[in-house]
Design a protein around this ligand. Structure first.
Ligand SMILES: [Zn+2]
Length: 91
């Protein structure tokens, strides 16, 4: 019976972690994650790889489009992980 109890606790922890990440990993409260990732990360706040552009000009064109569409200042930066150019929020 001890094994069953351990399993139940493990599943409960898993559900809790999923619930927690679903609630706090999304948009809105990104302060914690963005601090850990830094503003020039290879991944988005959702942990997925960002779109990489071979040329700075390509990224800048996209950044301008996003700035116009969302009304948020976007900037471009060269990634230290994939050496491509990513679009991120301006700081
Ligand atoms: Zn990258």
């Amino acid at each position: 019976m001890v094994t069953v109890a351990v399993l139940v606790v493990a599943v409960a922890i898993l559900i809790f972690v999923f619930y927690w990440s679903g609630r706090y990993g999304g948009r809105g409260t990104v302060t914690g994650t963005s601090l850990r990732r830094g503003p020039r990360a290879h991944t988005t706040s959702r942990g997925r790889p960002k779109v990489g552009y071979e040329k700075r000009e390509e990224a800048e064109v996209h950044a301008r489009l996003l700035s116009k569409r969302d009304g948020v200042l976007m900037n471009v930066y060269q990634c230290g992980e994939c050496a491509k150019w990513h679009v991120g929020h301006g700081r």
